[in-house]
Design a protein. Sequence first.
Length: 104
Amino acid sequence: MIVYNMPPVIDLFWASLPAQRHMIAKHGVELEEAIEAAESSIRHVRAADGPRGARRYVVPGKTFDGRRLWVVFEHEAQGRGRIITAREPEGDKERARHRRQRGD
């Protein structure tokens, strides 16, 4: 029997107040931008597990204005994704990897 570890389908993204403050202060990313970017792509890649073993994923997303963002979220029950952080790709190599993973 082959078991595939399918990425979750997320219907709703949200972020805690501390996560929102972190994104703004450290990365200059507003919550609305992070949600736009997270919802812009059906692709998400498994990342290192968070504390307490929560499954984390990274979305190579893009805002409506074209700003590229990496969005890290934890999968919660019933199609919810809790955004941990979001930031822009840094450097040519990381921007190229972002474009490849988005498929554009």
